[in-house]
Design a binder for this molecule. Structure first.
Ligand code: ADP
Length: 268
């Protein structure tokens, strides 16, 4: 993945130093933006639908009329059969995609009112993405990949160093800091993406099948780490098929054909 292809995920036009002075560790006492409605939960989805149109103009309703609140500090699982809309759901929460219908409020702010640059800035500060497509930058070392979003936020070099080293240590990749993604296994690349997500200490973590490329021992270790991050105050939204990992969440969201389902629906 080339730099320009993922820069939009993290890039922000506002002076990030000003934003940083308003930040604390996982628990934020003051929202990043002005105009936040304090009566709203961290995340509110109102009638969200996402329709994809195919070549022959056929429609796929990846998500259909999702209305949902997610409170600060929740630990939520998102599960359902393949194709039920889990990835689309997380992409919308991450502001990487826009709904066809409905409204999304993050920290009480209507996301549809934000410019792409504002969305990118919010994403960089508020959301840690642990997605299946790693979006690692091939030309950068492991260390540089983890450091990159912090650079865009003008985190000081000394602070960056501390954060990157801590994140790499947490995922057990300190000795691989100088390697490039292409020299790593899929599992290790996944860990780099996780280190990058947690180095920014975002209050929201969105994880899409984060253990998909890991063996069971490494998967359990990763889930333990996500549990610790949640205990530290992060809001965690985890899409997974694994019943043991679903059971770790405190609230369960089930999707079937893009709709919320009150109970799990078995894979066909
Ligand atoms: P899951 O993550 O649960 O497997 P997805 O969110 O990936 O489900 O997909 C939900 C539905 O939307 C599927 O039918 C999938 O084929 C379709 N879909 C997802 N992304 C696109 C896209 N970019 N273009 C067209 N259809 C898509």
């Amino acid at each position: 993945m080339r730099l320009h292809a993922i820069r939009h995920i993290f890039f922000s036009t506002e002076n990030p130093r000003a934003t940083l002075t308003r930040m604390s560790w996982w628990k934020r006492t003051k929202p990043v933006d002005d105009g936040v409605k304090p009566d709203m939960p961290l995340i509110r989805l109102e009638g969200i639908s996402k329709v994809f149109k195919g070549d022959a103009d056929e429609e796929t309703w990846a998500l259909c009329d999702i209305t949902l609140d997610i409170g600060r500090g929740e630990y939520i699982s998102v599960s359902g059969p393949s194709g039920c809309g889990k990835s689309t759901f997380l992409s919308l929460l991450a502001m990487l995609d826009t709904p066809t219908r409905g409204r999304y409020f993050l920290n009480g702010r209507a996301v549809d009112a934000l410019s792409p640059a504002e969305k990118a800035r919010l994403r960089n500060i508020e959301i840690g993405l642990i997605f299946q497509s790693f979006n690692l930058i091939a030309d950068m070392t492991v260390y540089e990949n983890v450091e990159y979003p912090l650079t865009l936020r003008n985190v000081t070099p000394a602070d960056r160093k501390g954060r990157v080293e801590t994140a790499l240590d947490r995922v057990g990749l300190t000795t691989r800091a100088k390697q490039r993604p292409g020299q790593l296994s899929g599992g290790h690349q996944q860990l780099v993406a996780i280190a990058r997500a947690i180095a920014g200490r975002p209050p929201i973590l969105l994880a899409d099948e984060p253990t998909g490329n890991l063996d069971s021992k490494a998967g359990d270790a990763l889930m333990d780490m996500l549990g610790e991050l949640h205990a530290d105050g992060a809001t965690l939204c985890l899409a997974t098929h694994n019943p043991n990992y679903i059971a770790r969440a405190h609230r369960h969201i089930y999707l079937f054909d893009g709709k919320l389902s009150p109970q799990p629906v078995a894979e066909l």
